[in-house]
Ligand binder design. Structure first.
Ligand SMILES: [Zn+2]
Length: 249
């Protein structure tokens, strides 16, 4: 359920054809996936006017798993269905909404500063207005919110045993001064991201076979869908996108 897959059986020729047009004169073909240059063991090459690229690098960059079965001479590509556009909040909601019973707003611990309190109440308002299902989702899966100093690269962490989300105090103190509505947007999508982690554990769909980076990519993919619903600033939207791509690399 978490990683609905569809299988593509590809012929033994481990290539895919990219319709790149006339690039005969280029001595080295650059391969760019999702805006980032990707290096391959075997460089892309032109054979009889067609540009050939190893399928493994393309597939794995996009989050798929590639297997080669020598006995049957078959290449299997397992493509998880969470491409940026496909993995929408609506899809996620369909899967998870049955498990939601408790929609109480998370309890605020004494450690929560007035700054964070302000940001949180604005974030809840934003969610209620633009993404009411996500608001319910956050309420259902996050029991309590705390605030503490964390590593500076982290906005918040969730403890899936206690269902407590801890926001980074040094970060939220800056967030209140972020330009425009950015501070509120960051808090709102971070809540969604952490609730996503909670939900995947609570509903037993947490896949231990998947590495941490893939789990992060999924959480950011969900956050991306929420950000889209909220209509966050373009810069922040692009930042979330970058997180998905970085975690898939
Ligand atoms: Zn995360």
């Amino acid at each position: 359920m978490f990683r609905n897959r569809y299988k593509l059986i590809v012929s033994i020729i481990i290539i895919i054809l990219l319709l790149l047009g006339n690039v005969y004169a280029v001595p080295y073909i650059r391969l760019i996936i999702n805006g980032q240059q990707v290096y391959t063991d075997v460089p892309p090459q032109i054979v009889n006017g067609t540009t050939l690229v190893p399928i493994r690098v393309i597939s794995e960059t996009l989050g798929a798993k590639v297997n080669w079965d020598g006995d049957t001479q078959t290449v299997t590509v397992d493509m998880p269905q969470y491409t940026l556009e496909a993995r929408t909040v609506e899809y996620f909601w369909d899967v998870y909404s049955n498990n939601i019973e408790n929609v109480q707003e998370p309890k605020l611990d004494n450690s929560v500063s007035p700054e964070l309190k302000t940001l949180l109440s604005k974030a809840y308002e934003l969610l209620k207005q633009k993404a009411p299902q996500v608001y319910e989702f956050v309420c259902a899966y996050i029991l309590e919110i705390q605030e503490a100093p964390l590593d500076k690269s982290i906005a918040a962490v969730t403890d899936t045993a206690t269902h407590i989300v801890t926001f980074n105090s040094s970060y939220t103190k800056q967030a209140i001064n972020f330009p425009g509505t950015l501070g509120v947007e960051v808090i709102a999508t971070t809540l969604a991201h952490e609730a996503y982690h909670e939900s995947s554990v609570c509903t037993g769909t947490y896949n231990t076979a998947v590495d941490n980076k893939t789990i992060e990519a999924l959480a950011y993919a969900f956050e991306y869908g929420v950000a889209k619903q909220l209509g966050v600033s373009q810069d922040y939207f692009n930042w979330i996108k970058t997180q998905i791509i970085n975690n898939l690399n």
